[in-house]
Design a protein around this ligand. Structure first.
Ligand code: GLN
Length: 243
């Protein structure tokens, strides 16, 4: 079989990279390379056009309100391209600020910023900020998802949108629903920084598998030795259990 290759579009890495979110790209790349797959990453910067014709996976990280505002207009110009990608089963991971921009709107201060409307959700604002370690049980990963959240936004999912998972510890989407993140077609949105993927290899493999399935019709992934990743996940769960 010809070498498999996935193309990743990394949106606005210089602005949306809170708490090491760009580390998610390193994990995707390494987990593909360890399986003799090629991974091509293309960065999109503010003002660039976006073509997703050959793209398999899109990543959008988190950012402060100021940074979200800067990328917003550029992102909205690519709305049609992104909507077509999602409808076609394209894989998209968005973290925190990026997650909020997937919805219809995001309220920052007195201003309501329009979102991409890729997923039926919206984000308003609350006080205080929701900050701390977070642990989530999700059907897409065998191990609980662990990480760190810090957001003023409260995200509300529409009726057809599944959460990424159920909050075991922390706040998640709004601090009251018990839900964290969203899942819609092959889109995952989450408040989990850390970055997300190094301590949650099951999530990384879920994303890679969905992209392979869409491109090659089979999601076959050989297992990796994840001893260190599982240990890192366990350290966080132990820490969380003692808080
Ligand atoms: N600026 C957004 C908020 O405060 C997202 C922050 C983030 O990405 N951590 O809700």
């Amino acid at each position: 079989m010809a070498e498999r290759c996935l193309r990743v579009a990394h949106l606005y890495p210089e602005l949306l990279n809170l708490y090491g979110d760009s580390g998610n790209i390193l994990v995707l790349r390494k987990r593909m390379e360890w399986r003799q797959m090629a991974c091509v990453v293309e960065e999109t910067h503010v003002g660039d056009g976006l073509s997703l014709t050959d793209v398999d996976l899109v990543f959008i990280g988190g950012g402060s309100d100021r940074e979200q505002k800067i990328v917003c207009d550029s992102l909205l110009r690519s709305q049609c391209e992104l909507a077509a990608f999602v409808a076609d089963g394209g894989v998209l991971l968005a973290v925190c600020g990026g997650y909020q921009l997937l919805g219809h709107s995001y309220a920052m201060g007195d201003q309501v910023v329009p979102g991409l409307s890729l997923v039926d959700l919206y984000t308003d604002r609350g006080s205080p900020r929701l900050i701390g370690n977070v642990c989530v049980k999700s059907p897409i990963a065998a191990e609980p998802i662990v990480g760190y959240e810090n957001h003023g936004g409260r995200t509300h999912l529409g009726p057809g949108v599944e959460p990424l998972g159920e909050v075991v510890h922390g706040y998640g989407n709004d601090g009251t629903s018990g839900e964290e993140g969203c899942r819609y077609h092959n889109v995952v949105g989450t408040y989990v920084h850390g970055p997300l993927l190094p301590k949650n290899p099951g999530v990384a493999d879920w994303l890679i598998a969905r992209a392979l399935e869409r491109k090659y019709g089979t999601a076959e992934l050989e297992p990796l030795d994840d001893t260190e990743e599982h240990a890192a996940n366990q350290v966080m769960r132990t820490r969380i259990a003692h808080t």
